[in-house]
Design a binder for this molecule. Structure first.
Ligand code: HEM
Length: 511
């Protein structure tokens, strides 16, 4: 008996420790948000959450209100779903809420990249210089040249002039916008003479096509890879794809390119100066490819589709596009020069701006997550306060909290191209809930420290693509009565959503 007692006590301690680790022992303390651990120890609600994040969060919100803590695969995550209180999450100091810790783990798992402490500063320095203001002018011009190379290379051939081409709208849009964006950021094949220019352009087209093909494979594995639930065979495939991208985007390969964007170039240099190994910089190039090309393509699909399904929106945008071209003194005609769509022209399109914002409201659904570094108090707009524990996470899912809130955006599931326009044609930024102005009325780019640094370039890319489609092509849905496809709910939380199926359309040159 004397011998048995310590063994029994040891066993009991291990059992309690185990249960504690599995989260079974955690209880809601006074002042904390409602706690919902789910039925499965440690895993908690992760399966339901992964299956359909939107549905799950709405169910929790109905049960608990706008703030609740749930258990997700070993983490306790407090969801803040009151849009009037988003400031508490977005503006909280970095000593209390940290974005990097969470992002570091993710980029290692999904891109093989080991983050360094200078990363965020390097990214923001380069983005502030080259993805906004004057720096953006250069990139917008590069995008224009590359879009025209990809979309109009067959111009001049008699067949291309009259023949209808058929394609899936999602694949067509994603393909063109991905490839043009990639070439604009990572550079073009160099050439020395006019003859070799055509060859170089052809090589750009072929190489970017091959890259897109591989990117789509990775894209489809991504959500499960990010959640660490890929089956072994697919994990191997993801590993093989990663290696392909590290090589395809490597510093060595880029040395042979022309027109590499300063955005990418400056970051390569800064990481080199910070002492990072070249093989790790190659991996970072893949992080940047993912961040810059994974969202804009799908968003361009939704934008074109919404316009095609809403003739009044299409007419308004088309009128604005025609007017902008005319006011620039240019004319599009058969055999004439290609139009030069400048950043200045892109700044005179409030109707298209509103259509882009509306598209992103309906189809961009990021999950904002922060690690809680110190015990803290979450202050709500209505004066309530909640204690949050160190080691937990705080998250917001603006899609359900704001984007489709019927009070903020009446008839929230309908596409209204002028939702973000005032009657005088200026941008509408006044939206209300319970009589209070909502500052964060749409959050496709996230917010605060991790807000998308590429948002101005992304908006330009979407506008350039639609602009060129309207100027150069006639296009229509193969089946005009076909319904807008549902959103693929496996991707909630990952930025721009994708459709569950493609939609066939046809297009041909107008001139
Ligand atoms: C429609 C297109 C796009 C959407 C909807 C989008 C959305 C987002 C969102 C929601 C985040 C924040 C993620 C978080 O808080 O965890 C983000 C981050 C980021 N985006 Fe975008 N993005 C788009 C296009 C772009 C483009 C074109 C670029 C670059 C040229 C870019 C570069 C980045 C980078 C580098 C980050 C990481 C920021 C950081 O770590 O602080 N994005 N994006």
């Amino acid at each position: 008996m004397e011998l048995l007692l310590p063994i029994l006590l040891g066993f009991l301690a291990a059992l309690i420790g185990g249960l504690y680790l599995l989260g079974v022992c955690r209880q809601r303390q006074p002042g904390e948000p409602p706690l919902d651990k789910g039925l499965i120890p440690w895993l908690g609600h992760v399966l339901e959450f992964r299956r359909d994040t939107l549905k799950f969060i709405d169910r929790m919100r109905q049960k608990h209100g706008d703030v609740f803590t749930i258990q997700l695969a070993g983490f306790y995550v407090t969801f803040l779903q009151d849009p009037l209180s988003f400031g508490s999450l977005v503006k909280e100091s970095r000593e209390k809420l940290d974005f990097n810790k969470f992002a570091k783990q993710l980029v290692l798992r999904v891109f093989g990249y080991k983050a360094i402490k200078e990363d965020h500063q390097i990214l923001h320095l380069s983005s502030n210089k080259h993805l906004k203001g004057d720096g953006l002018e250069v990139l917008t011009q590069a995008m224009m040249t590359n879009l025209q190379n990809l979309m109009l290379h067959s111009i001049g051939s008699a067949a291309a002039q009259t023949t209808w081409m058929e394609d899936g709208l999602f694949m067509y849009s994603y393909n063109i916008v991905f490839r043009a964006g990639y070439l604009s950021l990572y550079g073009n094949e160099p050439y020395k003479s006019e003859e070799s220019e055509e060859k170089a352009k052809e090589k750009d087209r072929a190489e970017s096509e091959a890259l897109f093909y591989e990117f789509r494979k990775y894209d489809q594995l991504f959500p499960n890879l990010a959640y660490g639930v890929l089956p072994p065979k697919k994990r191997l495939e993801a590993g093989r794809l990663m290696e392909h991208f590290w090589d395809a985007l490597s510093v060595q390969r880029m040395k042979n390119k022309d027109n590499i964007s300063r955005w990418v170039w400056d970051m390569q240099q800064a990481k080199d100066e910070a002492g990072m190994k070249e093989s790790m910089i190659n991996k970072y190039m893949f992080v940047l490819l993912w961040a810059s090309q994974g969202n804009t393509g799908p968003s361009s699909f939704w934008l074109l589709l919404f316009l095609m399904k809403h003739p009044e929106a299409m007419t308004a945008v088309k009128e604005e596009v025609d007017k902008t071209v005319k006011e620039s003194g240019q004319e599009v005609k058969r055999g004439g020069p290609l139009i030069n769509l400048t950043r200045e022209m892109l700044m005179k399109t409030p109707v298209l701006d509103s259509a882009v914002e509306e598209t992103l409201r309906l189809t961009a659904a990021p999950l904002l997550t922060r690690a809680v570094i110190q015990d803290m108090t979450l202050k709500m707009a209505n004066g309530r306060e909640f204690f949050i524990r160190k080691g937990d996470r705080i998250a917001a899912f603006p899609y359900s909290a704001v984007h489709i809130d019927a009070e903020i955006h009446p008839d929230p599931h309908s596409f209204k191209y002028d939702r973000f326009l005032n009657p005088d044609g200026s941008r509408k930024t006044d939206f209300y809930k319970a009589g209070k102005k909502v500052k964060y009325y749409s959050m496709p780019w996230g917010a605060g420290v991790s807000m998308c640094p590429g948002r101005f370039f992304a908006t330009n890319e979407l506008k350039q693509f639609v602009f060129l489609m309207l100027v150069y092509f006639e296009f229509e849905l193969k089946n005009p009565d076909e319904k807008i496809p549902e959103i693929d709910c496996r991707r909630w939380g990952f930025g721009s959503m994708q459709p569950v199926r493609d939609v066939q359309f046809r297009y041909r040159l107008r001139y």
